[in-house]
Design a protein around this ligand. Sequence first.
Ligand code: BGC
Length: 430
Amino acid sequence: MATVLKFPDGFLWGSATSAYQIEGGNHNDWSEWEQSPRRLESLKKRGEDPNLFMSGRACDSWNRWEKDVALLKELHQKVYRFSIEWSRVEPEEGKFDSDAIQRYISFVKSLCDAGIEPVVTLWHFTNPAWIQERGGWLNPSTPDALLRFIQVAVDNLKPYVKTWVTLNEATTVYAGLSYIRGVWPPQHKNIWQALRVARHMIRAHRLAYRAIHAAYEQDSPKQSHDVERDTNPLNARRASMSHNVRVGIVENLTYVVHGRRWYQRGLGAVYDYIRNHIGLSRMAPYFDFIGLNYYHVERRFGGTPQIFSPGRIVPDPYWELHAEGMYQSLKSLTRYKKPILITENGLPDAEDAHRGMFIRDHLHAVWRALQDGVDVRGYMHWSLLDNFEWASGYAPRFGLVAVDRTTLERTIRPSARMYAIICKDNQVTL
Ligand code: BGC
């Protein structure tokens, strides 16, 4: 007999994207890097077609946004996470593009009209070219520059938005891939630089947290405080409860699997802290919720994951996918005592052979965490569309909705129809 897992009333079901991965026609540090001789040379050496590794038109969502809203509606999404592209809003330092701002306002309004709550990310891996020219996140003034952009974005969108994400995976992904492993622009390999970048990003998050609350406070002014110097956690908690706005941070957690020997357990615990929690613990308590992006297991120190769904490990060329990691990651976040929104979870699956099962297994893990009392408020699948997958280009297909690379036409995949029923009924049938 089928088992039905009921979710709490008001659970936020949805999906997620980011600007550079879907909008098309952006000019920023990534687009410059894609066309740089260094990048082109390395693709040539691998025998790859460079066009498949340039974001170009992406999904053309900058123009086809009405279609995207219609898709979200058709798929019974209650919430949609997307990002605002800094380089579009502020293409030159201090010069804000009112047409771009207007386009984002129209988009957000139309989501609200469709009954879909916007969750807006303010930075998702890309920087304006002018920021990169002066050192990107190595430059201590970048947090202040980001803050100016955030103030403009928030002032314009605050009538429609109550859930903001400051930075996407700043400490768990960006600092490492761009400054330690050197696979993303600016392709540095220097741990000291990575630490500097992470420090600046943590500062940017705190500044943004404070500024967004302040922007909503304008209607009901109260005594302000300097969040950077304020080490009293109670003040952050008070700020988070006093307005109709939630400001969160999104980080990417992996499930670190290790063997049972004492040194494997020790190394596993240390690695888990460094990989998953060091940034979050430095940003706490300056977030009203935590956005969890969960994708995969990391098996570094021996051991096998506890098999949660025997035989259901999805083959994937890059990652070991396992739903148990969702449960473990959610449990590990309870130490911060904040509500959790799952802001990304998904897999590349062009054939749509595993996505339906993957979603059900991962939601079963979410449900188990809820039964244990973990305060999970929503789940956003990555991604709404087959989008531009950063250094991997267009090969991985993460979309609930397939996008034809030539016509850019959207086609709803069968797993998306299944997920739509979950969203509508607020329950999962196993
Ligand atoms: C990122 C997305 C990316 C996804 C799949 C996440 O870490 O936030 O931008 O597409 O992983 O790789």
